[in-house]
Design a protein around this ligand. Structure first.
Ligand code: HEM
Ligand code: HEM
Length: 442
């Protein structure tokens, strides 16, 4: 029966077309993701002010421990997941030349993602959590909604790709389907989800062979390297060593993936100035490259001795989760949403968003890398703990300032999301890359 229903929707669509319902699904994924970005980074900002001003908001529901878990889980499972799944649906349908399949499941997935984020935020703030399981602090019944959302989203993408009008499966869909399968396995295996890798590539197109090399080497190395988070712990020494070796192996997919993108850009650098999306994707790829290469260096035992447990890791987390994942998500949204809704964002706001976020995160990562190194050196030297606090203090001030720049950037982005979705239609000029004249400078 499913077969008969899909046949009627197989008629190829023009690549920029989408049914009104597809557009509504994409818009609502983006709108709710933006809500989570604003809420959870406001929380992150408050946390960053608590370092220089520890007496700020001392009530239990504003305590650092509760807010930290709200920030991390909310940015991963609220912001990044919902934003990237919205893009993944749109890419799956457009690259398959058909309308999105199983739309009811897509709506159900949206509801389940948001329900998980709402319940997760409330329970964490009430102090109901899963102990110190980092990034898995949501209690199991909250996380269950998230896993259901991932499974439903996976079904939607697989059903859409299976019904494609094209013969080839577009490379982005390999990555997204891989992401859904990995996340489901992780969610079930750990009884709780952990979701920070896999969908980041949705907006990055490129040479097929390098893309495939990147895909398979990621598959080979990534599952093992998790143990590099547990160096110098009771885990078997050989497993820690294997994780370090595979962390070096990860340079293959990282460099293949980044090289893939840069080669795609060859001869077309001029386009970057005229596109909303490309500057974000460019920074996303650069910070993926730098953050992951930094990760490999950080995994080496001699350097872990200094950097482990310090703010250096917080810098790495933001270089990757913010500089890579969040920038790629923004790039994907700016590239795809105006085409879907036929509504353009404000160019000035795009520029403001980009520069505030880019400078903000660069300063954020820079100052925390210095703070982390100073902390590690004082500990290694056997100084009293307070010496490490004093050494890091000025850098925490700088993090609060750069964090404020990032938060303002998110408000500007929210304005643009409104412009691209709910705002009344204006007859603006289309400047997304696909609409540039084909004679654009080579
Ligand atoms: C305005 C922007 C942001 C600010 C001010 C901010 C601030 C913070 C602060 C203060 C912490 C706690 C650090 C600590 O425990 O020492 C933190 C942790 C974290 N944040 Fe953010 N954050 C922001 C945006 C984001 C975004 C968008 C993401 C992910 C998409 C993210 C991911 C994380 C992660 C993964 C951690 C845990 C780091 C670790 O344990 O290594 N942050 N953030
Ligand atoms: C070649 C690729 C990478 C390698 C080898 C690597 C390596 C590492 C290492 C060794 C740590 C532990 C630091 C410590 O506890 O002292 C770490 C932490 C972390 N990494 Fe990476 N990383 C890579 C890529 C990424 C990417 C792409 C992301 C996100 C998209 C990411 C997100 C994180 C986060 C959030 C943490 C903090 C975990 C925690 O709080 O314990 N990493 N990474």
């Amino acid at each position: 029966m499913a077969g008969t229903t899909t046949v009627s929707t197989r008629a190829p669509l023009r690549s920029d077309d989408g049914s009104l319902e597809d557009v509504a699904i994409f818009s609502l994924f983006t709108l709710t993701a933006t809500f989570w970005l604003l809420l959870t980074t406001a929380v992150g900002l408050l946390e960053s002010f608590k370092f220089p001003y520890p007496d700020l908001g001392t009530m239990p529901w504003l305590s650092f421990g509760r807010l930290r878990a709200i920030h991390t889980n909310g940015t991963f499972y609220g912001w990044a997941s919902i934003a990237l799944v919205g893009c993944a649906f749109w890419v799956a349908a457009r690259s398959s030349g058909i309308a999105l399949q199983q739309k009811k499941l897509a709506w159900a997935a949206l509801a389940a993602f948001n329900l998980a984020a709402v319940l997760g935020t409330i329970t964490l703030d009430l102090g109901i959590n899963n102990g110190d399981q980092e990034y898995r602090e949501w209690v199991w019944w909250v996380a269950a909604f998230f896993v259901i959302a991932v499974v439903l989203s996976g079904i939607v993408v697989i059903a859409t790709v299976a019904a494609r009008a094209e013969r080839e499966i577009y490379i982005s869909n390999w990555y997204t389907i891989g992401g859904f399968i990995f996340t489901t396995i992780l969610g079930i295996a750990a009884a709780l989800p952990w979701y920070q890798h896999g969908l980041g590539q949705v907006a990055v197109q490129g040479f097929y062979t390098l893309g495939v090399l990147g895909f398979w080497t990621n598959l080979l190395f990534y599952p093992i390297i998790g143990s590099h988070h547990f160096e110098f712990t009771p885990l078997p020494w050989w497993l820690q060593t294997l994780a370090i070796v595979f962390s070096v192996g990860m340079l293959v997919p990282v460099w293949a993936g980044s090289g893939n993108f840069w080669l795609t850009m060859r001869g077309r650098w001029a386009t970057i100035r005229r596109s909303y999306a490309l500057p974000f994707i460019w920074v996303g790829v650069l910070y993926y490259f730098l953050g992951s290469t930094q990760g490999t260096v950080e995994a080496l035992r001699s350097l872990q001795t200094i950097w482990h447990f310090t703010n250096f890791t917080i810098g790495h987390s933001h270089l990757t989760m913010y500089g890579f994942i969040t920038f790629i998500a923004w790039g994907g949204i700016y590239a795809l949403l105006p085409r879907a809704t036929k509504k353009e964002p404000s160019r000035l706001a795009c520029g403001l968003h980009f520069w505030l976020a880019f400078l903000g995160v660069t300063i954020y990562v820079g100052v925390l890398s210095i703070a982390g190194t100073l902390q590690g050196l004082t500990w290694a030297h056997g100084d009293p703990f307070i010496a490490s606090v004093e050494a890091a203090a000025p850098y925490w001030q700088a993090r609060a300032v750069s964090g404020s720049m990032m938060f303002v950037a998110h408000c500007v982005f929210a304005y643009n999301v409104w412009k691209m979705t709910l705002a009344p239609q204006t007859a603006g000029k289309a400047v997304t890359p696909s609409r540039l004249p084909s004679s654009s400078p080579a």
